[in-house]
Design a protein around this ligand. Structure first.
Ligand code: 5GP
Ligand code: ZN
Length: 114
């Protein structure tokens, strides 16, 4: 059994405000939201980061992105816009080593990111 917190959330062993769940993908509200909408979309499979994806893992990453678009629609930020972020590694500040896409929206965002 892995100690990974996102694996635990995906298995229902740790509490989270879940907004989507299917056989490959789980999505839940970030515990420390940085925007009015801040949802984390993860694969059920434990993949540490995009750099660790095997060729066959990109099919599930495509599903993760499709879920992001679906949730953005449901959150009514499709028209106003949103940002998808995949922090990867130390320089990007990746804190949880289980691949996750941040879905951020509901406010204007600066570019370049900090
Ligand atoms: P990273 O910096 O790795 O891209 O982002 C990790 C994100 O996970 C952070 O935005 C952080 O707030 C969120 N997070 C960390 N622990 C938990 C948790 O236990 N539950 C939820 N819902 N979010 C978490
Ligand atoms: Zn994991």
């Amino acid at each position: 059994m892995t100690e990974c917190i996102f694996c635990k959330i995906a298995r229902g062993e740790m509490e989270a405000n879940i907004v989507h769940r299917d056989e490959d993908v789980v999505a839940f509200h970030d515990i420390n939201p940085q925007a009015p909408t801040h949802i984390l979309v993860i694969s059920r499979k434990h993949i540490p980061s995009i750099s660790d994806c095997a060729p066959e893992d990109f099919a599930v990453i495509a599903k993760v992105l499709a879920v992001c678009a679906k949730i953005a629609e449901r959150e009514s930020i499709r028209e106003s816009g949103y940002r998808l972020v995949l922090n990867t590694g130390v320089d990007a500040g990746q804190a949880v080593d289980h691949i996750h896409v941040h879905l951020l929206g509901g406010r204007e965002m600066a570019w370049p990111p900090g």
